[in-house]
Design a protein around this ligand. Structure first.
Ligand SMILES: C[S@@+](CC[C@H](N)C(=O)[O-])C[C@H]1O[C@@H](n2cnc3c(N)ncnc32)[C@H](O)[C@@H]1O
Length: 268
């Protein structure tokens, strides 16, 4: 089976396209006022994968989906939304779960790391819910799906510059900004950090120890005098060493859970 996330406005066009591609029967789920998820079963599994690839190439948010059994139960569990601090909710666009009443909803299409389920992403989002006050200019280094920057915007940040070395991530981040109505406040780029000239109120980098250490001087230089930097994807035992690379910023917050840690640093 495949699932295609679309909107109420674009539903007829998507169904017509699926029929043109040979799909004979479809169900439509309406998890919110505007979101529609088209479910379509084909006779053969390789055919489903090919259909998803064709639809993705056309820009559609299409995925293969289990049809029944334990695999479907897992899929339904994994596509539930996650709510952070009662203010911010994240789910995949093709989630069939009702989300009409979720606070601060962000939906994510395909591509790019980061759907909120990995502990490092979760820790970074927790930092954002505690620290974003509103009107900040945010830089997200290693944006993946764009999830961190989009959460910051949802919490009231003014603008977002998102960069990644992976073209698929940059494309995914742009699309995710658009489907959440935030495209005008976001710029996504493949440009290296050294080519970004501005300083920012908030700099985010969930790029693991090696990436943080490699970019440390540039991460620090992109933080405005009253701004702060959050780095994630490190182990608790690496915190002090990583903080050392980020001087003269000083550690102001640390959160650890299991094997992961996130550090927040600011000027003294
Ligand atoms: C662990 S993912 C984090 C994605 C997302 N920000 C999150 O928190 O879920 C790390 C991302 O950083 C990107 N990345 C790694 N090194 C980078 C670098 N030097 N400059 C920019 N992006 C980088 C990777 O391509 C990947 O998309």
């Amino acid at each position: 089976m495949i699932a295609v996330a679309t909107t109420e406005d674009e539903l007829a066009g998507v169904c017509e396209r699926l029929r043109a591609l040979g799909v004979r029967s479809m169900d439509v789920v309406a998890p919110s006022d505007t979101r529609r998820v088209v479910l379509a079963a084909l006779d053969d599994t390789p055919g489903e994968a090919r259909l998803v690839a064709s639809l993705r190439a056309e820009g559609a948010m299409a995925v293969t989906r289990p049809e029944a059994g334990a695999a479907l139960q897992k899929w339904l569990r994994d596509t539930r939304s996650i709510t952070f601090d009662g203010r911010l909710s994240v789910c995949r666009a093709w989630s069939e779960h009702d989300r009409a009443d979720l606070p601060g909803l962000i939906e994510l299409g395909p591509g790019g790391f980061g759907d909120g389920r990995h502990p490092t992403t979760g820790q970074m989002i927790e930092v954002l819910t505690e620290r974003i006050a509103g009107a900040e200019r945010v830089l997200d280094v290693g944006c993946g799906s764009g999830i961190l920057g989009l959460c910051a915007l949802k919490l009231g940040a003014a603008s977002l510059t998102a960069l990644d070395i992976n073209p698929d991530a940059v494309e995914a981040a742009r699309r995710n900004a658009d489907i959440n109505g935030m495209g005008a406040r976001m710029e996504a780029t493949l440009a290296p950090l050294s080519e970004i000239e501005d300083a920012f109120d908030v700099v985010l980098a969930n790029i693991a120890r090696a990436g943080i250490v490699e970019l440390a001087p540039e991460l620090v230089s992109h933080v405005s005098p009253d701004g702060w930097l959050a780095v994630g994807g490190i182990s608790p035992s690496q915190c002090s060493q990583v903080a050392g690379f980020l001087r003269p910023l000083a550690e102001v917050d640390r959160r650890t859970a299991g094997e992961w840690a996130t550090l927040v640093l600011a000027g003294e």
